[in-house]
Design a protein around this ligand. Structure first.
Ligand SMILES: Nc1ncnc2c1ncn2[C@@H]1O[C@H](COP(=O)(O)OP(=O)(O)OP(=O)(O)O)[C@@H](O)[C@H]1O
Length: 264
C-alpha cells in the first residue's frame, strides 16, 4: 500500500523529514504521533502528492510519487480526510459525497458533474457505512461537526481508494464525538481493507484506535510499533525528543520495533 524509503523533504534550509522508512499494509490503521512541527502533515502531504519529496522513494497504492503522475491517477489510490472536512456547506450531503467520484469520471461528465447511477448507489453505500444514510438529502451545513466529519469520511470512501490519509480529523471535536468518528473511520476502512495513516495529537485515541503507532520527532521516526509498546520511554522519545540520543549506539527498549536504517 505505502512504501517509503529514506524519504527527505526540506523547505529551504528547514530540513523537515530526515530519511523516513515506512511500510503500511492493506487494512492497517496507523496513527502518527508527534509534537507540532515534527513533520507529520508534511509526510501525509508527500503521500498525497501535495508536497514533492526531495529524495528517497515513495509508492502509494502502486504509484511512484517520485515520478510523474496525474492527480486523477493518485486520487484513485489515496483519499484525504481533513481537520476541517473541506465540504461545500450549501450542497446536500449526498452531493458532497459524490464529489469523491469526480476523479473516476471522464473529463466532460466530471465538468458537468453528471454522475452515473452506480456512483450514486456507491455514495449512498458510503453514507450507510458512516451511519448517515438518513441525512443524504439534507444540506450539509445543517449537520453537527461530528456528522460533517463523517461525511468527509464517506467522501473519501467514495473515491474507493487503497489508502486514506487523515490529518488530525478529530482535532475540533469533543471527546465523545471524536471517538465515534474514529470508530467509524476504523470500522469502515477495516471492512474494506483500506490502509489508514492518521495524524493525531491525543495519545489516548492513538492507543484506543491504532493498530500501530508511528512516532515522529524533528522529522525522524523515533517509534514504530504496537500500541502496547507505547510506553514512557517511547513517549519520551516522541514528545521530549533529543534526536542525537536516539541512535543505534544508544538503543531504547522499543528499538527492535523500528525498521533497520529507520533511525537516522
Ligand atoms: N509549505 C510549507 N512551506 C514552508 N515550510 C513548511 C511548509 N509546510 C510545513 N512547513 C514547515 O515544516 C515543519 C513541519 O511542519 P508540519 O506541518 O509537517 O508539522 P506537524 O507535525 O504536522 O505539526 P502540527 O501537528 O502542528 O500540524 C514546520 O517547521 C513547518 O513550518
Amino acid at each position: 500500500m505505502i512504501h517509503a524509503r529514506q524519504l527527505r523533504k526540506s523547505f529551504g534550509s528547514n530540513h523537515v523529514l530526515h530519511g523516513i522508512d515506512l511500510d503500511v499494509q492493506p487494512g492497517e490503521f496507523v496513527v502518527m504521533l508527534g509534537l507540532s512541527g515534527a513533520g507529520k502533515s508534511t509526510l501525509l502531504r508527500c503521500m498525497n502528492g501535495l508536497a514533492q519529496p526531495d529524495s528517497g522513494t515513495l509508492q502509494v497504492g502502486g504509484i511512484d510519487l517520485m515520478a510523474r503522475h496525474s492527480r486523477r491517477q493518485l486520487a484513485r489510490q489515496a483519499a484525504m480526510v481533513f481537520q476541517h472536512h473541506n465540504l461545500v456547506p450549501r450542497l446536500s450531503v449526498l452531493k458532497n459525497v459524490l464529489t469523491g467520484r469526480l476523479g473516476a469520471l471522464s473529463t466532460l461528465p466530471s465538468m458537468l458533474q453528471l454522475f452515473r447511477q452506480s456512483d450514486i448507489a456507491l455514495a449512498h453505500e458510503c453514507l450507510e457505512r458512516v451511519g448517515l444514510a438518513h441525512k443524504a438529502h439534507e444540506r450539509t451545513d445543517s449537520l453537527s461537526g461530528g456528522q460533517m466529519q463523517r461525511v468527509g469520511i464517506a467522501r473519501a470512501l467514495a473515491q474507493q481508494p487503497q489508502v486514506i490519509l487523515a490529518d488530525e480529523p478529530v482535532a475540533s471535536l469533543d471527546p465523545k464525538t471524536a471517538r465515534s468518528v474514529l470508530q467509524y473511520l476504523r470500522d469502515a476502512t477495516r471492512g474494506l481493507g483500506i490502509a489508514v495513516v492518521c495524524n493525531l495529537h491525543q495519545v489516548d485515541y492513538a492507543r484506543e484506535f491504532g493498530d500501530r503507532i508511528v512516532g515522529l520527532a524533528q522529522g525522524r521516526m523515533v517509534y514504530d510499533g504496537s500500541t502496547h509498546g507505547l510506553d514512557e520511554a517511547a513517549l519520551q522519545a516522541i514528545y521530549h525528543a533529543q534526536p542525537q540520543a536516539v541512535t543505534p549506539a544508544a538503543p531504547h527498549p522499543w528499538q527492535h520495533a523500528i525498521p533497520a536504517g529507520g533511525l537516522l
